[in-house]
Design a binder for this molecule. Structure first.
Ligand code: DQA
Length: 145
């Protein structure tokens, strides 16, 4: 089984960006944590980050992964194009956020993507990624080895 961990705009700034909300860990720390967890599951993993909507759409369309864990950053709340990309493929996508978007500004309460995702995890810091990988792995284990 192979999972794609997809990160959108400004997530390359983790560690420097609003540490009171997102913590002091960097995107590299996320990658190391997730890689170690995927290794323990015997699951292949690929990481991709882009600040550009079109790049993220291309990646969703072209991935050979069995499932995607996706932190779309602010595009979560605005992008019909990313929602349509998720709808266009059979690959299941789990939406993930480091912060609890529902306890923040009202514009973060709405996710364009949530209705076309397998599920949504938010508010657990970096562990949101681990919980998302776990949910996706267990879902996929039912039909993919
Ligand atoms: C975020 C939440 C979004 O609202 C925000 O725009 C981000 C990060 C999170 O991981 O908590 O860029 O996706």
């Amino acid at each position: 089984m192979k999972l794609l961990i997809l990160n959108g705009p400004n997530l390359n700034m983790l560690g420097k960006r609003e540490p009171e909300i997102y913590g002091k860990n960097t995107l590299n720390d996320v990658l190391n944590l997730v890689e170690e967890y995927c290794n323990s599951l015997n699951c292949d993993v690929e990481f991709y980050q882009s600040n550009h909507e079109g790049d993220l759409i291309d990646k969703i369309q072209m991935t050979d992964a069995d499932g995607i864990v996706f932190n779309a950053g602010a595009y979560t709340h605005t992008s019909v194009a990313l929602r349509d990309a998720i709808s266009s493929v059979k690959t299941p996508v789990v939406e993930v956020h480091i912060s609890n978007v529902h306890s923040r500004e009202e514009f973060r309460h709405k996710s364009m993507m949530a209705p076309v995702c397998l599920g949504q995890i938010c508010g657990f810091g970096l562990d949101s990624y681990i919980l998302a990988v776990n949910g996706l792995y267990r879902f996929l284990s039912k039909d993919v080895k």
